[in-house]
Design a protein. Structure first.
Length: 151
């Protein structure tokens, strides 16, 4: 009998994948040169809902957190570094959460990956589509103002 648990990418739990890879990794239409780094599988599925990211994912299994005692060795970071170092990657997109731990994780990854010569980008932060300014917190408004672009 098959498990009714949703399949997860191998990088998180290899024992839960059916066959050698998950369906996302097996999809030949996906651009292997684009890697989107997410904290957990829930974040991956959030990205997939939009059906706009054509690449592949790397699931860290959490974020760095000094308070919770989660360091680099507890996350799926070494395999990301190996994956990028192996070549064929033209961009790594940081899609960590906009929290202190998420930003700390993104900065740590940027340091680890910087010597590999692959462009690193991150998701934009700021005013959500359909958002009203008077409902936004000060931090979101400040980030949006700093990340403004030409119109």
């Amino acid at each position: 009998m098959r498990s009714r648990r949703p399949l997860q990418p191998r990088s998180v739990r290899p024992e839960q994948s059916e066959g050698p890879r998950c369906a996302i990794c097996e999809d030949t239409r996906r651009d292997r040169s684009l890697i989107c780094v997410v904290e957990d599988v829930g974040d991956l599925w959030a990205m997939e809902r939009g059906k706009i990211f054509p690449g592949r994912y790397h699931v860290l299994g959490g974020s760095l957190s000094a308070l919770d005692g989660i360091g680099p060795d507890e996350l799926n970071i070494a395999t990301l570094v190996k994956r990028v170092a192996a070549g064929g990657v033209r961009e790594v997109i940081m899609a960590t959460n906009a929290t202190v731990d998420g930003q700390t994780t993104a900065h740590y990854l940027a340091e680890r990956l910087s010597e590999l010569g692959v462009p690193l980008t991150r998701l934009a932060h700021g005013v959500p589509v359909g958002g009203e300014l008077d409902w936004l917190d000060d931090g979101t408004l400040a980030t949006a103002l700093k990340a403004r672009r030409a119109f």
